[in-house]
Design a protein. Structure first.
Length: 253
């Protein structure tokens, strides 16, 4: 199995689940769209206060939980050949394990990034008696991004493993991806490029609607198409992650 088969398989499976469960996709899009409208209302109708930010945070979390349903369902659809709508993807044990692992790792990455930034700044002050220059900041940002990307690739199989309800064997996931980080990111980059080309007709359609019906309708229509694409792209990336899992998982199986 090569990266081309992973990308092609992701597109085929994303289309298959859309064709077999259009109501499932429509409900996800409707939920995400409703939450986006609520966020827009909260931003416009309320001042920049702590309760406002708390409400926005709750709406964002609900949206993330909705998208996680799509991701878990796609992982199980591709790897386990489960039906397009499975009870495991709706608030089951595998679903919550995926949520905890995914967002727990994201939170940990943010904390480590903040600590690294403070450490870099403190070291620069200690050595040079002044803050880091632009060149130093640029180099540090590139190195930090590279480390983050490399670590993300090395543990990328864990997310799919969690969605499948299988034991989280971190060492096995680390060994399975040894020497394959570039292949994993190369596959995802090719998928992103093809997804970008697929988004072009949607963008042109939004501008065409704005030209016909006026710019006042642009925001609501653009938001709807943006959420439609967000849900479908989440399914596409999840399908690609599942194919990457099928390609590289050995000890994890």
């Amino acid at each position: 199995m090569n990266f081309a088969q992973c990308v092609t398989g992701a597109w085929v499976d994303a289309w298959r689940i859309t064709r077999r469960s259009p109501l499932f996709i429509a409900l996800l899009v409707a939920g995400v769209y409703f939450l986006d409208l609520e966020r827009s209302y909260v931003r416009s109708a309320h001042a920049n206060t702590l309760p406002t930010y708390a409400a926005l945070g709750v709406l964002w979390a609900l949206q993330a939980l909705l998208l996680s349903i799509a991701i878990v369902q796609m992982h199980r659809f591709v790897v386990l050949d489960e039906p397009p709508v499975s009870r495991h993807a709706f608030l089951g044990g595998a679903y919550w394990r995926h949520v905890v692992v995914t967002y727990g790792l994201s939170f940990l990455a943010i904390v480590v990034g903040i600590v690294a930034c403070f450490a870099f700044s403190g070291l620069s002050w200690a050595i040079q008696s002044h803050g880091p220059g632009r060149g130093g900041v640029a180099v540090f940002a590139v190195v930090l991004a590279w480390v983050y990307a490399w670590l993300s690739a090395r543990i990328s199989l864990i997310n799919t493993q969690a969605s499948l309800g299988r034991p989280l064997r971190w060492r096995a996931a680390w060994r399975d991806t040894r020497g394959n980080a570039r292949k994993i990111y190369g596959t995802l980059c090719v998928l992103g490029v093809t997804g970008g080309f697929a988004a072009l007709p949607v963008i042109l359609l939004v501008f065409a609607i704005a030209a016909i019906f006026g710019r006042n309708s642009l925001h609501a229509v653009a938001q709807l198409f943006e959420d439609l694409f967000a849900v479908w792209f989440a399914l596409l990336v999840a399908a690609c992650s599942a194919w990457i899992y099928r390609r590289f998982a050995a000890e994890l199986l």
